[in-house]
Design a protein around this ligand. Sequence first.
Ligand code: G2H
Length: 251
Amino acid sequence: MAREQVIAANWKMNKTIPEAVAFAEQLAAAGDFAGVAVVLCPAFPALAAVAQAVAGTRISVAAQDLFWEDYGAYTGEVSPIMLRDAGCRYVIIGHSERRQYFGETDETVNRKVKAALRHGLTPIVCVGERLAEREAGETFAVIERQVRGAFAGVAGEAVASLVLAYEPVWAIGTGRNAAPEDAQAVNHFIRELIARLYTPAVADRIRIQYGGSVTPENAAALLVQPDIDGALVGGASLKVESFTAIINAAK
Ligand code: G2H
């Protein structure tokens, strides 16, 4: 089945509101990107302004995190209702930086996935092994644990609609991307796991990105792999030219 590729710009803790809006306007003017789902993921303060800037285009907006409650005394947190209100369609959940620095676990990822789905947000769920785990031959076991944890109690129809991002931790922001065949092997493993946990039809529909030092130079070789359905791009998404080149590599 032909799956629409998802190319997402994870800006992490970069770009002020004016910088984010200027990028969004420039990107919107750069093309209509037919056939590719293009997603911008600004920091919370810029979400609404970027959503306004891309209104009426094919570009969507994602938050980089959310909390699972709707309202309440949770100082510093942002709920799925607020993200919808700000114009988000997607939300990144379980990025390795959140797992590493902010105590995210498979259980909190699962609660966030359910909260996002409950409010009509499409999760972009991140999984990936650390270098020591890869070197110990534990890559598939780690990925399986993270995928099972993220989707515990989530129905197949919902899983089919969301996005997974395989991001080996050792490749994030290091300039060292996974070899296309290695990324393909893990993405293929994930798709087979989804087929085992749900059905082949669900596995066929879920979009599985690769993330970790994706650049205009290496994007095409990664995106041509049969089980890689897009990219979650960090560093190379901060400039319109390099991000546009990666989108064009997906076509
Ligand atoms: C991985 C990726 C974006 P980078 O975190 O999610 O960042 O492309 O800088 O490795």
